[in-house]
Design a binder for this molecule. Structure first.
Ligand code: SAH
Length: 327
C-alpha cells in the first residue's frame, strides 16, 4: 500500500494491521520516519513507582486480580520514601514520573494527594497517574493537587469481551471516566492489549479510530502476556508482529503523540523494545519501584522484565537514540 499523506480509512488501517514481509517493513519505516520528524532521535524517559499491588477488581488477564491469593500484597504509602525516589528520578535527568497501582481503593486519597503535591513542589516533575477506575471526586482532587496526566487504557473496544474480561466494570464506564479525566483538564493516555481472547484486527482498527476521535494525547499498546494464577494463564502470548503493526498504525493515525515501547515487548523477543522504538515508539519507562516490592508488582506474574536506568541507556545507545525529550 502506498502510504501517502492522507487520512487512513478503516479499511486502510485493517490492511496495514495485517501487513507482513516487505509491506510490514515499509509500515515500520514510515512510522519511524514520522517519529523522527516529530522528535528527532530523542526519546522521552519516564520513571515509574508502583505504589500498590492491591486490587479490588478481578480482571481475567491480570496477575494483580483480587482472587490471586498467591501474590504477596504491598502498599507503599510512606510519603517521604516516595518523595526521595522522585528526587532520584529528577537527579537522573528525567522530567516525568508515573505513579501506578492496582485499583486500590484502600490507598487513601488524602495520601495520594499529598504525594502528588509534594512531588510537584519539590521536583517540578511532570506527574502521570495510572491508578485505575477511581471515583470522579478523587480524579478531581488529584488534578488540583498537581497531577498532569492520567493513563486509563481501554484494553479492548469489544464491549462484550470487555465485560467478560473485566466483570466488575464495563467499557461504557471506563470510557466515560476517560472523558471525565479529559474534561477535568488532564492530558490523557489510553491504549490496548493485543491478543486478548476473541479480539480481531477490526477491534484494533476501531480502537485506534476511537482514540483519534477522542483526541488522545498519548497512546500505548502491549502484547497480551499470559499470567500465572489467572484464568487466562494457558492462552498463547499476543503476537509480536501484530502488536508492532498496531504501534506503527497508531503513529500514522494519531500523529505527534507519545507512544511507549513497553517492557512487555521484551518478553516476546530479546530485541522487542528495540523493535518498538524502530516502529514508531518514542518513550521508555524506567522502573524505580523499590526492588523488594517490584517483584510483587506482578501484572504478568512469573517473568517480569524490569527496566532499570542503565538498561534503558544501553537500549537507547544500541539504537543511536538519546534521552532528554521534554514533554
Ligand atoms: N489498575 C490500573 C493499572 C493496571 S496495570 C488500571 O486498570 O489502569 C497497567 C496495565 O497493565 C493495564 O492497563 C493493562 O493494560 C496491563 N496488563 C495487565 N495484565 C496484562 C497482561 N496479562 N498482558 C498484558 N498487559 C497487561
Amino acid at each position: 500500500m502506498n502510504l501517502v499523506e492522507r487520512e487512513l480509512t478503516r479499511e486502510d488501517i485493517i490492511y496495514l494491521l495485517n501487513s507482513e514481509g516487505e509491506e510490514q517493513n515499509q509500515l515500520f519505516i514510515r512510522a519511524n520516519e514520522l517519529k523522527n520528524n516529530y522528535f528527532g532521535n530523542k526519546v522521552l524517559l519516564r520513571g515509574v513507582i508502583e505504589l500498590s499491588n492491591h486490587c479490588r477488581l478481578n480482571c481475567l488477564y491480570c496477575g494483580m486480580r483480587k482472587d490471586n491469593k498467591e501474590l504477596t500484597r504491598y502498599r507503599i504509602d510512606n510519603i517521604e520514601k516516595i518523595i526521595e525516589i522522585a528526587k532520584v528520578i529528577k537527579s537522573n535527568g528525567l522530567n516525568s514520573i508515573s505513579l501506578q497501582s492496582g485499583d486500590d481503593y484502600s490507598y487513601p486519597i488524602s495520601t495520594l494527594c499529598k504525594i502528588v503535591s509534594n512531588i510537584k513542589r519539590e521536583t517540578g516533575l511532570h506527574i502521570i497517574l495510572v491508578l485505575g477506575e477511581r471515583k470522579k471526586s478523587d480524579i478531581e482532587k488529584l488534578k488540583l493537587a498537581g497531577a498532569d496526566m492520567y493513563i486509563l487504557k481501554l484494553e479492548t473496544v469489544d464491549k462484550i469481551a470487555f465485560k467478560n474480561l473485566r466483570p466488575e466494570t464495563s467499557f461504557e464506564k471506563r470510557f466515560d471516566l476517560l472523558k471525565f479525566i479529559k474534561d477535568t483538564g488532564y492530558e490523557t493516555s489510553s491504549g490496548f492489549i493485543v491478543g486478548l481472547p476473541s479480539q480481531d484486527v477490526e477491534d484494533l482498527a476501531d480502537g485506534i479510530l476511537l482514540l483519534k476521535e477522542f483526541g488522545i494525547n498519548n497512546a500505548s499498546v502491549s502484547p497480551f502476556i499470559p499470567s500465572d494464577c489467572t484464568p487466562l494463564s494457558s492462552l498463547p502470548y499476543g503476537n509480536l508482529n501484530l502488536t508492532l503493526n498496531t504501534l506503527s498504525v497508531m503513529r500514522l493515525v494519531l500523529g505527534k503523540i507519545n507512544i511507549p515501547a513497553v517492557s512487555a515487548f521484551n518478553l516476546l523477543d530479546t530485541y522487542g523494545q528495540s523493535k518498538a522504538l524502530n516502529a514508531g515508539a518514542n518513550v521508555v519507562t524506567i522502573n524505580y519501584t523499590p526492588p523488594e516490592n517490584a517483584i510483587d508488582y506482578i501484572i504478568y506474574t512469573t517473568n517480569r522484565h524490569i527496566v532499570k536506568l542503565m538498561a534503558a541507556k544501553d537500549l537507547l545507545d544500541s539504537e543511536g537514540l538519546e534521552s532528554g525529550l521534554i514533554i
